[in-house]
Design a protein around this ligand. Structure first.
Ligand code: PHB
Length: 364
């Protein structure tokens, strides 16, 4: 076991005005332990606090409204009871001197009528995703969503604003806007899922309008220096969602606009979400990174070695790690000491209770 305690990745760093313990970010991970009202269980506070060795924690994706929901047992941030439950989480993380951002989510077409009392999920356009989604009774086929009316879109922007305000009331250090993985924001961006003919579809400027209105609303609440965003330009899951017809132009323009708004960071899934880095297409993540002035959080199968090389090359500032945090609450300490990592069986990823969630031991 090699001691890596002196690794530059593990030294304290400043992100905007925030002092972080190190350059490791705990990536957002859906764990599906909330109740049917989107309220986190008490043991979620313990789960997140156990992982406060990360420089920054980004919470699991959190629904900004009832309409935003896609998956069973995912948390919400649209009412007082949800805020109260999240307060327990932020207090526990802060007690361990951690920093935590809430991830703001709307699933759009990645949803099911079972989540909406039989009503249809909403999306930019009525295009059905392929495959299935986890709802209360297990996996069910996606349906064709209902295309949003133009006058409904500003109401969703307001839902994001309220989510951002509620995150503040819950004591978070900032928020991350979920603009990745083919959920609502990305559905507007890609021409494969947005065939609207109003001011929210068609030209690239129109397709970026809604996501940028959301970003502006969240900035109004938090200030740009406490707002990050997550993107995944080449991910096709869920729904077997086709890529945009011009990924580099579309995402290059988006990232440049986000940069001009002064966002704290862009958090990018380099490759296909939950798949290997090898499957990256001809998209240049380095070029997208250079289009952004703020911090860059790189994600996808980073090891300490790869993170050190990437940092030395100036290609990223922080590195987010997902699945290894499931079974290794003290992941950063294990990386520092070179200790072996535990593996979480997939059965524990989604759903269930505190077992396989907040009961993983630290190194002995
Ligand atoms: C999921 O619940 O499977 C999920 C949620 C958010 C993501 C990706 C996957 O960004």
């Amino acid at each position: 076991m090699t001691n890596r305690i002196a690794s530059p990745i593990l030294q304290p760093v400043t992100l905007g005005g925030l002092q972080l313990k190190n350059r490791i970010v705990m990536a957002p991970m859906t764990r599906s332990r909330a109740d049917d009202n989107g309220i986190q269980p008490d043991y979620a506070a313990e789960y997140y606090a156990q992982r406060a060795g990360a420089g920054l924690i980004v919470t699991e994706a959190t629904n900004i409204s009832a309409q935003a929901r896609g998956y069973t047992r995912t948390p919400g941030i649209w009412n007082e009871d949800q805020i109260t439950a999240w307060k327990r989480v932020t207090q526990a993380v802060h007690q361990r001197e951690g920093k935590i951002f809430l991830q703001l989510w709307h699933t759009g077409r990645m949803s099911h009528p079972d989540m909406h009392d039989g009503g249809l999920p909403v999306a930019p356009s009525a295009i059905k995703p392929h495959g299935q989604i986890r709802v209360h009774e297990g996996m069910k086929d996606f349906v064709t969503p209902r295309a949003l009316r133009t006058d409904e879109i500003p109401l969703i922007v307001e839902d994001y604003r309220r989510g951002a305000e509620n995150a503040k009331a819950a004591g978070f250090d900032g928020v991350e806007i979920h603009s990745a993985n083919n959920y609502l924001l990305e559905q507007f961006i890609r021409d494969s899922t947005n065939v609207r003919t109003d001011r929210y579809g068609g030209s690239l400027e129109n397709r970026l309008r809604f996501p940028l209105e959301v970003v502006q609303a969240v900035i109004d609440v938090w200030g740009a220096e406490r707002v990050g965003i997550r993107i995944s330009p080449v991910t096709t899951t869920p729904g077997e969602t086709p890529l945009d017809s011009d990924t580099m132009r579309t995402f290059g323009t988006y990232v440049a606009a986000l940069s001009n708004l002064g966002l704290l960071y862009v958090h990018e899934i380099e490759g296909v979400t939950q798949q290997s880095r090898e499957e990256v297409s001809d998209v240049s993540f380095a070029a997208l990174r250079r289009a952004f002035r703020g911090a860059y959080i790189a994600n996808n199968q980073y090891t300490l070695d790869l993170a050190e090389q990437t940092l030395a090359a100036g290609d990223a500032d922080l590195f987010s790690i997902g699945r290894p945090f499931i079974a290794n609450p003290d992941l950063v300490a294990r990386l520092a000491s070179g200790a072996p990592l535990a593996e979480a069986p997939k059965a524990y990823w989604y759903g269930g209770d505190s077992t396989g969630y907040s009961d993983w031991p630290t190194m002995s």
